[in-house]
Design a binder for this molecule. Sequence first.
Ligand code: CMP
Length: 150
Amino acid sequence: MSATEVLRRVPLFNDLGEADLARFAEVAREREYPKNSVILFEDDPGDALYIVSSGQVKVVLIGEDGREVILSVLSDGDFFGEMALIDDEPRSASARARSDSRVFPIDEARFQSLVRDTPFFALQMMKTLARRLRNMDARIGAPSKVKKKT
Ligand code: CMP
């Protein structure tokens, strides 16, 4: 599948015109991560967010005893790595490929211009953040109610 085809299916980009999408796809360089490899590390500085184009990516925290706590499992069309760009803090968690995965990085400058120029993009991102917060609330309050998709 071409980069444009992959990106057209991403909810964050639903409102982007064909020309903008094609321009973006032209510079987007897909990266491949084999199963179990780390895509980003908790506490590192963040300079990009990532869109999953194939495979599964898990968002994890490593406890003091070395145990991995899975916060979320993401698949194609989902994004991660936005938090460090939004609040200018280090990465809040690590992201690791749960299966062989491909992702599209969006660098910070492009992220800023997408937020500034495409209200739909910012709104979609806020919706996802709200959903993730709800899922965490549910997990803390009533684990049996947790929705699968975050
Ligand atoms: P960032 O903090 O930049 O890097 C780690 C990423 O993991 C973070 O951005 C989010 O994209 C993602 N993340 C952190 N916590 C959660 C969560 N509770 N649910 C889903 N994704 C999360």
